[in-house]
Design a protein around this ligand. Structure first.
Ligand code: SF4
Length: 214
């Protein structure tokens, strides 16, 4: 099921080229399906200095290579590819979830809009709009601001409606699905969340055990 867009809007965009920021292979599957269905031409753009450490970055690049080969999509790979130092220098001491993600989105959407304009595209968009785990409204606002800054249109769509479809497709195709968002902080947080869950489960069991012996 796709989100519904007004007919006149669809007629206009069908003759256009979209420069699509791609955060990773699995998140690209559903948006690429939507664009294909609508007859919209897409060029992907991989610019994600937020993905660490290096072997994980390489793994995601390989997964995306599989996705673009399957979908026959042209892609622009940003250079330098791996951007740990650049990303960290921008984040500085703002490493909490609340403060770092807006900077991370800003960085990637700014580069995407700028590159799209430079290359003569009509529109830009991002697969970040597919993920249920990203701050959707914030990403939308940042993209709208970048569109104004660079004088280019932003293609908005709530791709989250295809969340399940995209996952099923990735599983069917055997595409690598990453267990955390990307940065080294999110890599640590996934373990912390798991530890917290384990601790609270153990506490619950202890309480249940002491009640049954009372
Ligand atoms: S959690 Fe994701 S969006 Fe937020 S800073 Fe890390 S990589 Fe960027």
């Amino acid at each position: 099921m796709y989100a519904i867009a007004p007919l006149d809007f669809l007629i206009n965009i069908c003759s256009m080229d979209v420069f699509l920021h791609i955060c990773c292979g699995p998140c690209a599957l559903y948006p690429l399906e939507v664009f294909k269905e609508r007859g919209i031409r897409v060029t992907g753009f991989f610019y994600n200095p937020n993905i660490h450490p290096y072997m994980e970055f390489e793994r995601r690049v390989k997964a995306l290579e599989e996705v673009v080969a399957l979908n026959r999509v042209d892609i622009v790979w940003a250079t330098p590819a791996y951007g740990l130092r650049k990303w960290l220098s921008l984040i500085g001491d703002k490493s909490s979830y609340e403060t770092r993600c807006p900077i991370c989105y800003e960085m990637r959407m700014d580069e995407t809009a700028k590159e799209a304009k430079k290359r003569g595209f009509d529109l830009f968009s991002t697969t970040l709009l597919y993920s249920k785990y990203q701050r959707h409204e914030l990403i939308r606002k940042i993209c709208e601001a970048k569109a104004r800054k660079y004088g280019i249109d932003f293609y908005y769509e709530d791709f989250r409606v295809g969340w399940k479809t995209g996952i099923e497709k990735a599983v069917d195709l055997g595409i690598y699905r990453q267990p955390y968002c990307g940065c080294i902080f999110s890599e640590q947080e996934r373990y912390l969340k798991r530890l917290k869950r384990l601790e609270s489960n153990m506490k619950e069991k202890e309480v249940q055990g002491s009640e049954s012996h009372a």
